[in-house]
Design a protein around this ligand. Structure first.
Ligand SMILES: Cc1cc2nc3c(=O)[nH]c(=O)nc-3n(C[C@H](O)[C@H](O)[C@H](O)COP(=O)(O)O)c2cc1C
Length: 155
């Protein structure tokens, strides 16, 4: 058993040197604009090992997908450099990293999803974002895939 734990394994195209994987852990430490930052880079690089896999904390793919304040997002171009700094630091230590994508669904706190379609107990009619709302908050609504398609390759 111990022997197997320290043997290589491929996950898709990614070669791991061992099978100890860090589970995703939401830390809610992003900067204003839900930007990944230096504190997060330190956190992940401290946990990177040669050939080991880190699964990032869950990262919302849209402003309408929030369930936790200050979760670092991946719905806006401005968030890409922060994630890239993090993966660069992890790669520098020989580690591998994948980003966990997140949308919490329609049941959330309105303060976290001000423009999201809501379906909460006692309130069955949804509120849908208009293009004006989308423009107001700078969303590329509904094109979060435009961002996720451009993510740096994790391996
Ligand atoms: C503070 C905290 C944050 C977490 N954040 C995430 C997350 O972002 N994504 C996820 O899939 N699981 C998350 N989890 C679940 C952990 O990944 C999970 O606890 C871990 O895989 C261990 O599994 P177990 O609790 O079933 O033993 C979180 C757990 C904790 C305690």
């Amino acid at each position: 058993m111990t022997t197997l734990l320290f043997t290589p394994r491929f996950i898709g195209p990614t070669r791991l040197s061992h099978r100890i994987v860090m589970a995703p852990l939401t830390r809610m430490r992003s900067s204003k604009g839900n930007l990944p930052n230096d504190l997060m880079r330190t956190y992940y690089s401290q946990r990177a090992t040669e050939g080991g896999l880190l699964i990032s904390e869950a990262s919302p793919v849209s402003l309408t997908g929030y369930g936790f304040e200050r979760a670092a997002g991946i719905y806006d171009e401005s968030q890409i450099p922060g994630w890239k700094h993090i993966t660069d630091a992890v790669h520098a230590k020989g580690g591998r990293m994948v980003l966990q994508l997140w949308h919490v669904g329609r049941q959330s706190a309105r303060i976290l999803q001000p423009f999201a379609p809501m379906e909460t107990p006692g309130r069955s009619r949804g509120r849908y974002p208009t293009t004006r709302h989308a423009r107001l908050i700078g969303m590329k609504f509904p094109g979060s895939s435009r961002i996720t398609n451009r993510l740096p390759n994790a391996h």
